[in-house]
Design a protein. Structure first.
Length: 377
């Protein structure tokens, strides 16, 4: 359970005759695929719209699994309130793939040991946050809200999507804290305005993605025209050194890096598996990720000496079924993405190493292969 903190709501009280309790319930988690994270603090503030709210819950979490949280909000009954969900990073923002899952306001009595299973009899859902959009999004810099959210520098969207933590997928709002530019190291937030006195809220369900992949007789995806990326020169080269399918939704992949000149800065690596059909449009078509750090800092790499990176065991989204995912990689730190890498580039600091060809059917993957792209050297 999240830790409820005292919060005063001046000028309002409710009588003992109002028997139905109101609860804000949700899950927090770090999405699957992360290798190294020092965790984030998930914070919830509630207050009057347009004013700074009071803290009602905080929860530190660094696990690739779901944690159920609940906060009683009966004191806000019949009020119009702003609920602000804040993702506050730790010392670093590396792999802080934070997700707020299945956020709801419910009415009714919950057992003390309720941990998120099926709602008890007599408990009803008043607000499903996955069917509405935030009134505001942004990041917090020096106690000032910067809006709207800067997706490029935060990686966060606060748009309804789906994420898996510990292999369990839930509808979520993805909420990575700021990692570069003016947003580096800053908490991100999504704020919803809810009128508990009038719950006739206009909902806007998440847009369903059109799954147009054509399938061959063997259950494999039939690829259309490959993206046409520009070949760039640089002092850093990288490639997929080894790949193996390990069954089910799993595969292992090893990368290899080499530099022709010494790099003065230290970087982390991002790995984006992209799909125009199944990826998140506001997040560069990312369908899933494999970001990680290096065992040997990049500033210590020697010239013309191969650097083995891996193997890493990763998981593909089984629910999508047959699909093609392009492997986009790059280096980043607090100054942004490196542009010193050689290879196929989309111009945004991402470099393409090839593609995964996933065969099977929705809910059952039968094979995963790696291939280079046709115009790849």
């Amino acid at each position: 359970m999240c830790i409820p903190l005292c919060a005063l709501w001046f000028g309002y009280c409710f009588s003992a005759e109002q028997k139905d309790q109101l609860w804000l319930i949700y899950y927090v988690g770090i999405s699957d695929g992360t290798q190294e994270t020092d965790g984030v603090t998930f914070k919830v503030e509630i207050g009057e719209p347009g004013k700074k709210g009071s803290s009602v819950a905080e929860d530190e979490w660094a696990e690739s699994s779901w944690k159920f949280c609940k906060v009683e909000i009966s004191k806000f009954r019949d009020k119009k309130i702003a609920i602000k969900f804040i993702t506050d990073p730790g010392a670093t923002t590396n792999c802080d793939w934070a997700s707020w899952g299945e956020i709801r306001i419910i009415k009714g009595e919950l057992p003390k040991n309720y941990n998120g299973e099926a709602l008890p009899a007599g408990v009803s859902v008043l607000v499903d946050f996955m069917k509405i959009k935030p009134a505001r999004t942004g990041y917090i810099k020096e106690d000032e809200d910067i809006t709207p959210i800067d997706t490029k520098n935060t990686g966060s969207t606060f748009e309804a999507t789906k994420r898996a933590c510990g292999g369990v997928e839930k509808p979520v709002y993805f909420a990575h804290p700021g990692w570069q530019g003016d947003a580096a190291g800053c908490p991100t937030f999504g704020e919803f305005v809810i009128d508990l006195a009038n719950l006739a809220i206009a909902t806007s369900p998440p847009e369903e993605k059109s799954k147009k992949t054509k399938i061959d007789e063997g259950g494999g995806p039939i690829e259309g025209e490959e993206p046409n990326y520009e070949e760039k020169e640089g002092i850093i080269s990288l490639r997929v050194k080894d790949f193996s399918y390990t069954g089910g939704v799993k595969f292992k992949i090893t990368y290899e890096w080499m530099v022709s000149e010494v790099i003065e800065q230290n970087y982390n690596i991002f790995v984006h598996f992209t799909s125009p059909e199944f990826g998140e449009k506001d997040r560069e078509d990312i369908a899933f990720q494999g970001d990680h750090g290096f065992s040997k800092p990049t500033s210590q790499w020697k010239e013309n000496t191969p650097i083995k990176d891996g193997p890493y065991s990763l998981t593909v989204p089984e629910q999508n079924g047959p699909a093609i995912y392009y492997i986009a990689m790059g280096l980043f730190n607090e100054n942004g993405r490196s542009t010193d890498i050689a290879g196929l580039s989309d111009g945004g600091g991402r470099f393409y190493l090839g593609k995964l060809i996933v065969s099977g059917e929705p809910g059952k993957i039968t094979d995963i292969k790696f291939e280079k792209m046709k115009n790849q050297k």
